[in-house]
Design a protein around this ligand. Structure first.
Ligand code: NCD
Ligand code: ZN
Length: 345
């Protein structure tokens, strides 16, 4: 097959940043995705409806002309988040989900939730409103090895939470282990996972072998080859509980190529072509549309995008870096070839 026509995809996990950096990053997503779930981990974070409305306005103003891209907004849960915050956000029709970051788990998560056990009223309200909870599923305990943090979170926090709030819709974000895949497969209805392109493409060898590769460092960190294969298998299986969320998270080159490199991989410019490439390798191009364009929308109760896009087999070299405010950002697969591209319409 040398070309494939699918409904316009959605990205259910995207970091857009703000200001000039956002303007530079946004075009890559808006070109190919119809909608994206915008992560709220700005500094300070987007915690209430008013902030989400303002951020959405800045995104819409930064969009390329004639773009139909629709940002779906999310709230950042904190210890202080109230039932009213959730209700007001849900009634707006603009905020589609709330994100649970255990405090300290990742970039800009210092004001995340410190005691998940105290969030009961918020989770009850979200269940009532049918507002999905997006979960960064990693414990932050110093004693827990970073490669075990997702599994331990699932066992000690997520599995009990899913049972305690049986009507709460839950998305395990950026599944990075075979354990996460197995958990979602056996979970009750209303539990799903997003899958990034980098967790399908990379294992920890790609960070640690042949020189340290900070541009492959993200959270949750990419894991073993066995985990990678389980993730590819889930994404390409046709199972509707798995859908695309790129977790594209740009950082300037200076914040990646230094001591204490920031976590985050800027995949937006190459995500859809690379997803296509991996689905092709798995012999599953016929399931690409469900994964990119149907399953996530169905989970969130949204109709699929009406427009179609055409992907064609056409090798292109990925730029070594791209403008990012007054700095540069290195995209995923920089300087390497991708086998598919979006046909210009
Ligand atoms: C994200 C970021 O940079 O905002 N980084 C990452 O490695 N994924 C934060 C996050 O989603 O964990
Ligand atoms: Zn993220």
């Amino acid at each position: 097959m040398t070309q494939i026509t699918i409904r316009r995809p959605d990205d259910f996990h995207l970091h857009l940043r703000d200001g000039a950096r956002m303007r530079d990053a946004l075009g890559f997503s808006a070109r190919v995705f119809g909608r994206a779930m915008i992560m709220p981990n700005l500094r300070p974070p987007v915690t209430r409806l008013g902030e989400a409305l303002e951020y959405r306005k800045r995104i819409l103003e930064a969009l390329p002309e004639a773009s139909n891209f629709a940002p779906l907004m999310s709230l950042y849960l904190r210890d202080e988040t109230s039932v009213e915050d959730i209700r007001e956000a849900s009634e707006s029709g603009v905020v589609m989900a709330a994100k649970l970051y255990p405090a300290g788990a990742t970039t800009n998560s210092s004001s995340g939730v410190t005691e998940i056990g105290k969030m009961g009223p918020v989770f009850e309200e979200m269940s009532e409103c049918r507002m999905p909870l997006m979960v960064h599923a990693e414990v932050t305990d110093q004693e827990v090895d970073i490669f075990e943090r997702e599994r331990v979170f699932i066992e000690t926090i997520l599995a009990p939470l899913v049972e305690e709030y049986p009507a709460l819709k839950v998305v395990l974000e950026h599944a990075s282990t075979a354990d996460a895949i197995a958990f979602v497969r056996q979970a009750r209805p209303g539990v799903a996972a997003t899958i990034t392109i980098h967790h399908m493409l990379l294992s920890r060898n790609d960070i640690l072998v042949g020189g340290l590769k900070p541009h492959h460092y993200c959270l949750p960190v990419v894991k073993t080859e066995r985990d990678r294969r389980a993730i590819v298998e889930a994404a390409t299986s046709g199972d509707t509980r798995f859908f695309a969320g790129t977790d594209s998270a740009p950082h300037p080159r200076s914040a990646k190529e230094c001591s204490g490199a920031a976590a985050g991989i800027f995949s937006a410019p190459v995500a859809v072509p690379l997803y296509a490439q991996l689905f092709e390798q798995a012999g599953a191009l016929d399931r690409l549309e469900a994964f990119l364009s149907l399953n996530g929308a169905a989970f969130y109760g949204l109709p699929p995008n009406e427009e179609m896009i055409v992907l064609e087999k056409f090798p292109l070299e990925v730029p070594v870096d791209l403008p990012f405010g007054d700095e540069r950002v290195v995209p995923l697969w920089a300087g390497r070839e991708v086998q598919w591209r979006l046909r210009a319409i």
